[in-house]
Design a protein around this ligand. Structure first.
Ligand SMILES: NC(=O)c1ccc[n+]([C@@H]2O[C@H](COP(=O)([O-])OP(=O)(O)OC[C@H]3O[C@@H](n4cnc5c(N)ncnc54)[C@H](O)[C@@H]3O)[C@@H](O)[C@H]2O)c1
Length: 268
């Protein structure tokens, strides 16, 4: 049941590839809550994925931008400022990719060129995006920026491979840049640490199905779905969370603070 939480708010959503993407659900929920969005993804993802369909459904422009390219990010933010006729209110970074995971290279035997590429896409792109937003002074006072992350940044999950390091870096950027955005722009920057979710990126991780079951049985509230994540992200875009910044916020049904559940013990 919509609450008009984002009435008169507008922003940019990165990373909707298909209808399983967390970003896809966020874009739909933003619209339901009265907000307006521009959708963006890498050019190849726009060609291969379904984002144009979502653009039509939401009556939102789709603008291509490789998030590793400052030039393309500058073009995107400039176009957004023109489209919205001024500053906007929120941005979602929902981007992740590891070539080592994709090509099944173990953490102990990485191809470091692939590591660099994955780091650039999954982590450094967040700094590049924040820097362009900051320099162009693109966000309204009390705006909100969110990036998606995973608990492998804090605890070891062997199959998550180099994405664990990328997520640790991403979360650190949210704190470091969050200081300057808070102090000088009154804009908040947070990361949301989401439960494992069945999406294209999620399915790249080996043994995802078993892991989803383990996580489901460990979390007192069960795994959080992509739609539930979208609701949480919308609350962070809303005016009800104005003083929340530089945080890594777990949206995981209680997984992160559960040692072990009775169900898991009984499985042995
Ligand atoms: N699925 C999970 O289990 C899970 C759990 C926690 C966090 N996350 C995070 O959520 C975010 C979204 O992933 P998802 O699970 O919805 O999968 P997804 O595959 O639908 O989304 C990943 C997106 O990254 C985009 N992308 C890749 N390279 C890019 C580039 N160079 N420039 C711009 N965009 C690029 C892809 O096109 C895709 O849209 C990621 O940061 C992911 O790590 C996912």
């Amino acid at each position: 049941m919509p609450h008009n939480l984002l009435k008169n708010k507008k922003g940019i959503i990165f990373g909707a590839l298909d209808n399983k993407s967390i970003a896809w659900k966020v874009a739909e929920t933003v619209k339901e809550e009265g907000g307006d969005v521009i959708l963006t993804n890498a050019p190849v993802a726009i060609r291969m994925g379904d984002i144009d369909k979502l653009g039509k459904q939401l009556d939102s422009p789709v603008i291509a931008a490789d998030a590793t390219s400052i030039l393309e990010l500058e073009n995107l933010i400039q176009t957004a400022l023109e489209h919205f006729k001024g500053k906007f209110d929120f941005v979602l970074h929902s981007i992740g990719m590891s070539l080592n995971v994709r090509k099944k290279r173990d953490y102990t035997n990485q191809n470091h060129e692939w590591t660099k590429k994955g780091w650039d896409i999954s982590a450094l792109s967040f700094h590049k995006l924040l820097q362009v937003l900051y320099t162009k002074d693109a966000l309204n006072k009390w705006g909100s920026i969110v990036a998606l992350t995973y608990i492998a940044a804090q605890r070891t999950f062997p199959n998550y491979n180099d994405m664990a390091d990328n997520k640790a870096y991403l979360e650190s950027i949210a704190r470091s840049f969050g200081y300057f955005f808070g102090k000088n722009k009154k804009v908040r920057v947070n990361t949301v640490s989401q439960s494992p979710t069945r999406t294209t990126a999620g399915q790249g991780v080996e043994g995802l199905e078993n892991f989803l079951n383990f996580s489901e049985k460990t979390s007192p509230l069960g795994n959080a779905t992509a739609s539930e994540c979208a609701h949480y992200v919308v609350s962070l875009f809303s005016d009800f969370t104005r003083k929340v910044t530089m945080q890594n916020l777990f949206h995981d049904g209680g997984f992160s603070t559960t040692g072990v559940s009775q169900e898991i013990i009984e499985d042995f």
